[in-house]
Ligand binder design. Structure first.
Ligand SMILES: *Cc1c(COP(=O)(O)O)cnc(C)c1O
Length: 389
């Protein structure tokens, strides 16, 4: 008999696991093997992959693979953090390439988007600051503001007037307004022009996360901000990731000298971690070149988006207002969404079910993401398998 009054540590975990199972919210990891672009090898079978974020098909691009293999011949790890000798020519070249592409004075590399957001918000916000965010912002943005100890206030999704009320209510406080450019589970766009005007009027700084915009939207794939005609003078902190349309791994913050110097000195997710493998950084310079010039891929992707939206609504599916490759089919019930995903898998398509807490309660959905690596025939076949709602 255990004499201590202390609750058993594992008991709560077991109870939470039971609750997840009962609510169809249990997740499991499945190992995929390498497959051709636009496909995924899962559970012993090749499926057309509508679950990835490889919007331009760059992850398997021959030029990107060749650049990576060439650079990898010179060694693997960076050996240290950026500040202690790990910052290499390859990182420097990638930061310059991104800054030049996006049109900012400086750019700073982070290992992941999650760390970029956490590190940046922690570096620029303090206890008495106000951080106003869209309710559907990515977890890393919300978590970053919480960890910074800032006063985090969330407004109703894409509602710039609601954001204005939050800022106006606390006009004495130093403030940062933060939004996803493209919302990762809905695919719709933030009202960027309105938010930029609001930030200017309210004398707040504006941070935009372009994880799903960069490479896909705007002139030369510079993202949703660029598509809206917004640049460094409106968006003080621009964030992009390299693991989605860029086909690799890593993340970048673009900003002015003062902001980047602040991050180098204060962002814990930059300071206390090993720099990215240099070969990966070298390959990502090639990815930037490829993404800049991928107008044909973007045009093809645009056609697939139109084709999917027209086809799915003709079949009676309710679509969210998304002009991007992320197309969500909201079903609501988690168990029903899982069943639908399983039915599609049996038909040869990987369309992941996204459930709470990734999305709000009662809004489980299939998240279908299109890629330039897909063919018109792939989308046609998916629509055939979806059938009437
Ligand atoms: C994927 C994603 C991130 C995280 O980027 P990683 O590099 O995968 O860590 C951040 N923000 C948004 C909006 C995302 O969709």
């Amino acid at each position: 008999m255990n004499p201590s009054p202390r609750p058993d540590f594992a008991a709560r975990l077991r109870q939470q696991q039971q609750q997840r199972l009962q609510a169809s919210l249990q997740r499991r990891v499945r190992a995929a093997s390498a497959s051709r672009p636009g496909h995924i090898h899962l559970d012993g079978r090749e499926l057309v992959d509508f679950g990835g974020n490889d919007y331009l098909g760059l992850a398997g691009h021959p030029r990107l693979i060749a650049a990576y293999a060439r650079a990898a011949g010179e060694g693997v790890g960076a050996r240290a953090s950026h500040l202690l000798g790990g910052h290499r020519d390859e990182h420097e070249a990638l930061e310059r390439a991104v800054a030049d592409w996006i049109g900012y004075p400086r750019a700073l590399l982070f290992s992941t988007g999650y760390m970029a957001a956490m590190g940046t918000l922690g570096a620029v916000l303090g206890r008495h600051d106000l951080c106003v965010q869209d309710q559907l912002n990515h977890a890393c943005l919300l978590d970053g503001a919480r960890l910074a100890g800032a006063d985090l206030r969330r407004y109703a999704h894409a509602d710039a007037a609601a954001a204005a009320r939050l800022l106006e209510a606390q006009s004495q406080r130093r403030a940062l307004l933060v939004t996803d450019a493209v919302f990762s589970m809905d695919g719709d766009l933030a009202p960027l022009s309105e938010l930029a005007a609001l930030a200017r009027r309210e004398h707040a700084a504006l941070m935009v996360d372009e994880a799903h915009g960069v490479g896909v939207l705007g002139p030369q794939g510079r993202g949703a901000c660029a598509a809206a005609g917004l640049g460094a003078s409106e968006i003080s902190i621009w964030m992009g990731t390299l693991g989605k349309a860029l086909g690799g791994f890593g993340a970048v913050i673009a900003a002015d000298d003062l902001l980047i110097d602040t991050l180098i000195n204060r962002a814990r997710g930059y300071i206390y971690t090993t720099a990215l493998p240099p070969a990966l950084a070298r390959a990502m310079v090639t990815a930037v070149e490829l993404a800049r010039g991928a107008d044909a891929e973007r045009a093809h992707l645009g056609q697939l988006i139109d084709q999917f939206r027209t086809g799915a609504s003709a079949l009676g599916w309710q679509l969210l207002p998304s002009p991007t490759p992320i197309q969500a089919l909201v079903i609501g019930d988690s168990a029903a969404t899982l069943q639908c995903a399983e039915r599609l898998q049996a038909a040869g398509f990987h369309c992941p079910a996204v459930r709470p807490p990734t999305v709000p309660a009662g809004s489980a959905r299939l998240r279908i993401s299109l890629s330039a690596a897909h063919r018109v025939e792939d989308v046609e076949a998916l629509l055939g398998a979806l059938g009437r709602r």
